[in-house]
Design a protein around this ligand. Structure first.
Ligand SMILES: *[C@@H]1O[C@H](CO)[C@@H](O)[C@H](O)[C@H]1NC(C)=O
Ligand SMILES: *[C@@H]1O[C@H](CO)[C@@H](O)[C@H](O)[C@H]1NC(C)=O
Ligand SMILES: *[C@@H]1O[C@H](CO)[C@@H](O)[C@H](O)[C@H]1NC(C)=O
Ligand SMILES: *[C@@H]1O[C@H](CO)[C@@H](O)[C@H](O)[C@H]1NC(C)=O
Length: 443
């Protein structure tokens, strides 16, 4: 009996102490009616009067820019979102409960605002939501979540690779309009941008410039719900593309320009130009992999590549024409003289070795025919030879002084084209400079 009495006494002491200051969670949970299954808390929007809208405050931080896909016009980011709202029924006075300042409550027991991201096209499996939410004494609930999100974003690639993209991440309730759920943010956009810049680890080729918060108060007339938009502005780091695409293409143009100074007689000029053209087409292939085919307006880089390709292509055609004219000239003039030339060459070659050979090795034998010829015949023979060679030299000189008509036309075409080519290059590069290259200097 005494044992029972002491037990009852102890129980009484326990109950009385819990009433004054309860340091266990049980007391608090009982006070909040969370110990029993309370479906009401999960189904009802937690306001005492239904006319009071619930203000959902959202904070979004950008942890990383994982991928920007120009082809599908999507941006994959790693974001962290914290939602805050107030439950008017779940409040307590911390002094009554041993200064408990925060309580974790399973999400399944509570009403949650159905706020979602409108641009989100990723599968839901990538959302990592905590199964519990934090509850504060004034009834504020906070539910953090992080997510790998692929969102649609209209990418404007006109200035690629010196482009800045604006991507909207819009939070909105799926079912409730402004009379039930209103949206707002806890921190200002400047604070969020600063924190994001510090936290961001993976950025790829992108740099976070700014985040802006735009609140849209939907009304029945506009037909839209309340929206909270994070306008994320990111800038591309263009150096890779400058080194990989723009500078090589510029060098190819310069090389093609320089190839005008290769002598026409050598056959290398044309093959050199064709090699340059092939190299440029490789660059075009790289570009094809990057840019989408959905652009209405051609990006500057595409115009740049195509223009250089066209310029070099035209200069290859011109080199072909000039080469053809040279060949034509060679056919008309040289074929008539080449046999004579060959004969003279053979004769000279035949004659030349005889003289030193005769002088050095067999002076005695050669003296015999020389003795037979008298001085006059010998002089006549020499005179004939000298006359013949003189004629040859004169004809050759005529040849050089008077190139064929085709050859002259080729030289004129070449000079005119070269001048035009130089002018076109100048105009093209300065035009590109004003519209597009100038963006380089801002980096
Ligand atoms: C808990 O439930 C009881 C009855 O079920 C009710 O009287 C009490 O007001 C509720 N407490 C809270 C904090 O809702
Ligand atoms: C409720 O308490 C939390 C945590 O202390 C605080 O951040 C928040 O501003 C409070 N809310 C209101 C409406 O006072
Ligand atoms: C982003 O949202 C703002 C405000 O709703 C709108 O003005 C802007 O056009 C949107 N931008 C894009 C790229 O959709
Ligand atoms: C939208 O509503 C909120 C809360 O009612 C208000 O503070 C804010 O100024 C409104 N914004 C606009 C653009 O009307």
């Amino acid at each position: 009996m005494s044992a029972l009495r002491t037990l009852a006494f102890l129980a009484l002491v326990g109950v009385s102490s819990s009433q004054t200051s309860d340091c266990s969670y049980v007391g608090l949970l009982t006070h909040l009616n969370l110990t029993t299954t309370n479906d009401l808390l999960a189904t009802m929007r937690p306001v005492k009067s239904w006319t009071t809208p619930t203000l959902v405050q959202l904070d979004m931080l950008l942890y990383g820019i994982l991928e920007v896909d120009e082809k599908t016009q999507t941006v994959t980011t790693h974001i962290w979102v914290e939602m805050r709202w107030t439950n008017e029924f779940l409040t307590w006075n911390p002094e009554d409960f041993c200064e408990v300042n925060v309580l974790t409550v399973p999400q399944s027991k509570l009403w949650l605002p159905d706020v979602q991201i409108l641009e989100d096209v990723s599968d839901t499996s990538s959302i990592h939501r905590s199964s519990v939410v934090n509850l504060y004494p004034n009834g504020t609930l906070s539910a953090p979540a992080r997510q790998r999100m692929t969102s649609t974003c209209w990418l404007n690639l006109l200035m690629f690779p010196f482009d800045t993209q604006e991507c909207n991440i819009t939070f909105s309730s799926i079912n409730s309009d402004g009379s039930a759920i209103q949206l707002g943010s806890v921190n200002t956009d400047k604070t969020l941008t600063l924190i994001s810049e510090k936290l961001m680890i993976t950025k790829g080729e992108w740099e976070l410039t700014k985040m802006e918060i735009i609140v849209f108060n939907g009304t029945k007339t506009t037909g839209r719900r309340h929206e909270l938009t994070y306008k994320v502005i990111i800038a591309r780091k263009p150096m890779l593309y400058v080194i990989n695409l723009i500078i090589p293409l510029l060098y190819f143009l310069v090389l093609d320009f320089a190839s005008f100074f290769i002598s026409e007689d050598r056959g290398e000029k044309l093959s050199f130009k064709v090699t340059i053209l092939l190299s440029i087409s490789v660059m075009l292939l790289i570009l094809k992999d990057i840019l989408p085919s959905t652009e209405k307006k051609l990006p500057w880089i595409a115009s740049y590549c195509v223009a250089i390709f066209t310029i070099v292509g035209l200069s290859v055609l011109e080199a072909m024409l000039v080469g053809y004219l040279y060949d034509l000239d060679g056919c008309c003039c040289k074929t008539a003289q080449s046999p004579a030339d060959a004969q003279v060459d053979i004769q000279l070659e035949d004659n030349n070795p005889k003289e030193p050979a005769g002088a050095k090795y067999i002076p005695e034998k050669s003296s015999l025919p020389l003795d037979r010829l008298n001085g006059y015949d010998l002089l006549k023979l020499i005179l004939e030879k000298v006359k013949a060679t003189q004629q040859e030299v004169e004809e050759q000189n005529k040849d050089q002084r008077k190139p064929g008509r085709c050859r002259r036309a080729a030289v004129i075409i070449d000079s005119v084209f070269f001048a035009l080519y130089f002018l076109t290059d100048l105009v093209f590069l300065s035009y590109m400079n004003t519209h597009w290259f100038s963006a380089i200097y801002s980096y």
